[in-house]
Ligand binder design. Structure first.
Ligand code: PRX
Length: 651
């Protein structure tokens, strides 16, 4: 692990940022909450959360709020509810069935569907019956590997409806990555599609699943959505078409309630080892925080807002702010299938104007891409419907923040820069629109009941202005409950750095005003274009290639992606360093993990810099990757010639 002090330099640069943007009077006047909420919620955050939880539809009301036996939290544990009822049925029952739940926009122009809450209920009910008919039972895990199409939302909520734990796998993952997740979660059912549209072409998905399932003989059924009409190979008895099976089912389905702590979903994410971690989320606590943060952080007016979170449902942002947050609030979601630059780089702005999107939530890496494509694409559109913007996934550089504020928000929309993680489930640190003054690059203040601490190597609190490791002190409703099937790893991974505190893996600092600045990961996890990638996963993919003896992967600062993936590789004796082999290795990693992990740079080395005890000195590799001169302490280095050789290669 890198010492937190190394990040101080980067934070130093950010701290020169002193622009403040107070909320506009007009926004504040119409906002759903005002500053009194801080005092109200802080008086007794647990009681406040219980009050928020009561806004969901409980079958049996809870009588306990929090049971906390570090590190295991149980929220609202004796209550029972059904997440799909809270997200859909109750809005229909309240006479809001005709309201649009989902404006779905396909990538091919003109391909769109509007789904009302009443329609959504029918689709979920039919899918719930279909899953049951395939043999899915409460407690089973169902893998979902779909493009951004309505069936992804329907499948998630159909699982929730019958108490099956869904495990959505991002559509960019390769067969091996799919198989690892299916096996780890012991999922016996898969929902997929023939393919999806991306940048004007139909990309195939089913073949990836077929390939993955060769390693997963326990999978009993695969439900396949026909999206692109591509040819598919079919395994009789295992594979079923969605349009044949689901659409033939009854339109009504009696939902059963499950205990609040029932696992709603598992989401795999990268960590410091080669094996991804299955983050387990609960039903009652998760849904409470998804609904509450969505309503307050995005200032939701459920009757009029059209909320667009551009993240894929294969990531936590899609779970919480495409599906569970907005639907539990009864809001209208905009969901877009494809790429931001198809057919032209103004597709997003065209969608916003066409559908009157009011709230837009995206990642800094996307904002930087829009900046690069040029302002003219933005200026062709009015964007007048927008009233609030959000950012998530990585630190936003002040330049991108200002561009977002000026070009997209026309200086009138507040920006909420929200810090959170797959593990936290929902937003944890964020400005509140209409209340908090914002500063470009800072995610500002903790949400209610969240207690961030910046601690040094010895576990002492770092005074304001000083950099350190980010910990969270108290439990929150949507916190991960464990790692799937591995309580020990859960304890070790998050709670052993400082007993009793959750270690976030990020470096951060409070400024003089008490605003939080998150600088980025300080463990061996990279953030490439907002995607979380473990260096160990990429290293393990590299050494699985016959030519590779040893590999070390580090991040290099990248203007567009945040971080780029740089791999240092030593080859086995009978292989020669050649440009074609670099390409082969890049392709090999993409094939093993998925194209999201394709290395930006592969460098061959005669040896890797190691300490005398044989540990790879990543700090040195990072400096070499960034093109800098190796500074700092190299006295523990075993052989300085290795560094000299790597640097010489660079020049
Ligand atoms: O490093 C932080 C960064 O993204 C990591 C979490 O990644 P993931 O689990 O994939 O979830 C991303 C979407 C919630 C964090 O450890 N991160 C996320 N949001 C921010 C951020 N860094 C700085 N500012 C943010 N607003």
């Amino acid at each position: 692990m890198t010492p937190a002090s190394e990040h101080t330099e980067a934070v130093e640069a950010l701290l020169h940022e002193n622009r403040h943007f107070p909320p506009s009077a007009a926004f504040a006047a119409a906002a759903t909450t005002d500053a009194s909420i801080y005092a109200e919620a802080s008086r007794d955050p647990e009681a406040w959360w219980a009050e928020q939880a009561r806004t969901l539809a409980w079958e049996r009301p809870f009588t306990t709020t929090l049971e906390w036996e570090v590190p295991f939290a149980r929220w609202f544990a004796d209550g029972t509810l059904n997440a799909s009822v809270s997200c859909v049925d109750r809005h229909v029952a309240a006479g809001r069935g005709d309201k649009v739940a989902l404006h779905w926009v396909g990538e091919p122009e003109g391909d769109r569907v509007d789904i009302t809450y009443a329609d959504l209920l029918v689709r979920i009910s039919q899918a719930a019956h279909a899953l049951t008919a395939l043999g899915v039972r409460t407690g089973d895990r169902v893998a979902i590997y779909l493009p951004m199409i309505p069936e992804a939302v329907v499948a998630m909520l159909a699982c929730a409806r019958i108490g099956a734990t869904h495990m959505v796998i991002f559509g960019g993952f390769a067969p091996d990555a799919i198989a690892d997740r299916v096996l780890d979660a012991d999922a016996r059912f898969v929902v997929t599609a023939d393919g999806g549209y991306r940048r004007g072409a139909a990309a195939a998905l089913k073949p990836q699943v077929d390939d993955a399932l060769r390693r997963c003989p326990e999978v009993a059924a695969v439900l396949v959505v026909r999206r692109t009409g591509q040819e598919v190979t079919w395994v009789e008895g295992r594979d079923h078409w969605w349009h044949e099976l689901v659409e033939a089912q009854p339109e009504r389905h009696e939902a059963e309630a499950f205990p609040a702590e029932h696992p709603l979903f598992i989401m795999y994410t990268s960590g410091t080892t080669a094996r991804p971690k299955g983050i387990v989320h609960s039903t009652g606590g998760y849904l409470t925080q998804a609904a509450t943060t969505h309503r307050i952080v995005f200032d939701i007016k459920a009757d009029t807002d059209i909320c667009w979170t551009s993240a894929d449902v294969g990531w936590i942002t899609g779970h919480s702010y495409v599906v569970y947050g907005p639907l539990s609030c009864g809001a209208t979601v905009l969901m877009y299938e494809g790429a931001p630059n198809h057919p032209e780089p103004d597709r997003f702005w065209d969608i916003i104007d066409r559908h009157g999107v009011t709230i837009f939530y995206t990642a800094p890496t996307a904002i930087r891409a829009f900046m690069r494509w040029g302002d003219d694409y933005v200026k062709k559109h009015s964007l007048k419907s927008l009233r609030l913007l959000g950012s998530v996934g990585e630190p936003i550089n002040p330049e991108a923040w200002m561009w977002y504020h000026t070009l997209i928000g026309k200086k009138r929309c507040p920006i909420v820069d929200t810090w959170w993680q797959t593990e936290t489930g929902c937003i944890m640190v964020t400005p509140l629109p209409g209340i908090t003054a914002t500063t470009p690059g800072s995610c500002t203040l903790p949400f209610f009941g969240v207690v961030p601490k910046i601690l040094d190597e010895q576990g002492h609190e770092v005074p304001r202005g000083g950099g350190g490791k980010l910990f969270l002190k108290n439990p929150w409703p949507s916190m991960l409950r464990t790692l799937w099937g591995d309580d020990e790893r859960f304890k070790k991974q998050y709670w052993s750095e400082l007993p009793g505190y959750y270690f976030a893996g990020d470096g951060a600092r409070f400024d003089a005003d008490g605003y939080l600045w998150v600088v980025g990961r300080i463990d061996d996890v990279l953030n490439v274009s907002g995607h979380r990638i473990g260096t160990a996963e990429v290293e393990s993919a590299l050494v699985s290639h016959p030519s590779v003896a040893e590999a070390a992967v580090v991040g290099r600062p990248d203007e567009l992606k945040g971080q780029a993936l740089v791999c240092f590789v030593t080859l086995k004796n009978n292989f020669t360093a050649a440009p074609e082999l670099k390409e082969q290795l890049r392709a090999h990693v993409a094939k093993e993990i998925g194209s999201l992990a394709r290395p930006d740079d592969v460098r061959f080395a005669a040896g890797l810099p190691k300490t005398r005890s044989g540990k790879i000195m990543r700090r040195i590799l990072k400096e070499i990757a960034a093109g800098g001169i190796v500074k700092g302490d190299t006295t523990t280095l075993e052989d300085f010639n290795v560094v000299a050789a790597l640097q010489a290669q660079e020049e």
